[in-house]
Design a binder for this molecule. Structure first.
Ligand code: BG6
Length: 512
């Protein structure tokens, strides 16, 4: 692994939720794993006026709350907290960037490092064009304090549709070039998502079967049991399609569907992702009506507790038609996948939190053993569990001991937590480290972001042009509008996998 060069991590939006819950705890974990460079500082930037010390106190609280290692070694924590600095500026006012520049230069001089800088935009998207523009105008996008690299990390949403995504890309490219822009999709930072590539391309047994001849369908589920919490204002303008499907789930699809890259390099892997996106069969308005289902949760009682419907959530329009659930059937038009349906569903306020990919293999051409006929589940399945209880499971038929030839499904499984001593890094740890090392492999490239929007744009258009297109209500805590969603599969006897049907009492944990 190449070691990251000495640098400064500048986080815009430093007093926001993302910084406190994810970014600073992730940087602390990197420090615990000894993966930070010798000379390193974090500079938090925000509108709130805070001294270094009060910023440090706030961050110490969040590291203690969100990082499992914080309590183990107080000296390490204090040493890490000492690397944090803060500057309060109005990020929309170019004049204030002079203060930022001075602060960066001061840090670079005191650390005796060139101005290698990562700018992380943990801000509302309305600032995605303003901040890069001001950095550019102030010379902070360039080796400003004359030497050193500059990288820019931005969080999704990258636009709200194809047009806005194109405009955002065009504008970003005025100020930074593509090799400096890191578009974060935190799903790609998940170990288990990366393991899709390793499972496929480091094992001789799967790849020969990984195509239309042996695979009947691919199913991807990403369920959340939480509602929109305090993000109603954002979510009501987004919805499940934009929030989860267009980015996280299509990226996951690309890893499942891509051709083997020739090398592990950011260009090779991202080229293969792009080819998958380009092969998505475009959705006609009829496809959208027939093959894309949307739903919205309604009030219900979950384990004895009253739960609000989506329209009662804070920040949500009481007449909102924003979807909190979406399921879709689509095809990838290429030699490997021609005719194989892909099914994706995602939603909030479902019974549990689980993300998994299920590869359903075709049935044997002939049912030699009678009981197989009745067990559609005797189709072999490879379940790739992204979270929780991360692992992989292969389902196959076995003879039930005793007379005759009764067949039963059994599981062969691997759980990550059986690798006891291994630290499973969070997505943000992995992605931040990659950016520090200048590796863009797990970041979304501009053209791929646009291609993903191009694929979902007909859904946005059709829903907009047909406001009466059905929006199904589903009681919070259920699997969405399940009857309609089941009908999407179309064939008798074919069902979605309903993971975690037998929930343990708290409903949070579900076994692979
Ligand atoms: C975010 C979405 O990108 O991903 C959230 O904006 C969603 O709405 C979250 O809850 C899910 O991420 P994870 O890692 O918990 O599956």
């Amino acid at each position: 692994m190449t070691k990251a060069e000495n640098h400064i991590l500048v986080i815009f939006g430093a007093s926001g939720d993302l910084t406190m819950r994810k970014l600073i705890p992730a940087v602390f974990e990197l420090s615990e794993q000894k993966l930070l460079p010798e000379k390193f500082a974090v500079l938090g930037v925000g509108r709130t006026a805070l001294s270094d010390n009060s910023f440090r106190a706030k961050m110490k609280e969040s590291v203690t709350a969100f990082s499992s290692h914080a309590k183990e070694n107080k000296a390490n924590l204090d040493n890490f907290i000492g690397k944090l600095h803060y500057t309060g500026i109005n990020t929309s006012d170019i004049a204030d960037y002079k203060l930022l520049k001075d602060k960066i230069e001061e840090l670079a001089i005191s650390l005796n490092i060139p101005c290698n800088i990562i700018y992380y935009l943990a801000t509302p998207p309305s600032l995605y064009e303003i901040i890069p523009h001001h950095l550019y105008e102030s010379g902070l996008n360039m080796p400003g304090c004359e030497k050193g690299w500059k990288r820019l990390i931005i969080e999704k949403p990258f636009g709200t549709d194809l047009e806005t995504a194109k405009t955002l890309n065009r504008n970003l490219l005025k100020y930074f070039d593509e090799s400096q822009i890191y578009r974060i999709d935190h799903y790609l930072g998940k170990e288990t998502v990366q393991n899709v590539l390793v499972t496929r391309f480091s094992n001789g047994i799967f790849e020969p079967l990984w195509n239309r001849n042996y695979i009947h369908r691919v199913e991807i589920t990403s369920a959340e049991n939480i509602g929109v919490e305090n993000r109603g204002g954002y979510y009501d303008h987004s919805g499940a399609l934009r929030d989860m499907l267009q980015n996280h789930l299509l990226q996951l699809t690309a890893l499942i569907a891509m051709e083997p890259p020739t090398v592990v390099s950011s260009t090779a892997i991202r080229n293969e992702t792009m080819k998958v996106f380009q092969a998505f069969k475009p959705l006609s308005p009829d496809d959208v009506i027939n093959n894309v289902i949307r739903g919205q949760y309604i009030a219900s009682v979950i384990r004895g507790e009253n739960v609000n419907g989506y329209r009662e959530e804070k920040g949500v329009d009481p007449d909102s038609r924003t979807e909190t659930f979406v399921a879709m059937k689509f095809f990838i038009d290429n030699w490997r996948w021609g005719g194989v349906p892909f099914y994706i569903r995602t939603g909030k306020r479902l019974p549990t939190r689980v993300t998994e990919v299920v590869i359903h293999f075709r049935q044997t051409p002939h049912h030699l053993f009678q009981s197989m006929k009745f067990l559609s589940s005797t189709q072999n399945q490879l379940v790739i569990r992204i979270q929780p209880d991360e692992g992989i499971l292969l389902k196959f038929g076995m003879k039930v001991p005793g007379a005759g030839f009764e067949v039963q499904n059994v599981n062969m499984d691997f759980h990550y937590d059986s690798l006891k001593d291994i630290h499973l890094p969070s997505a943000y740890e992995r992605l931040l480290l990659d950016c520090m090392q200048g590796d863009q492999t797990l970041y979304s490239r501009g053209d791929a972001v646009e291609a993903a929007w191009e694929f979902v744009q007909p859904v946005l258009d059709t829903w907009k042009n047909n406001p009466k297109a059905p929006l199904y209500g589903y009681p919070a805590g259920t699997w969405g509008p399940d009857k309609v969603v089941d009908a999407l599969l179309g064939e008798a006897g074919i069902l979605w996998r309903y993971p975690c049907k037998n929930l343990s009492n708290d409903g949070e944990f579900c076994e692979l």
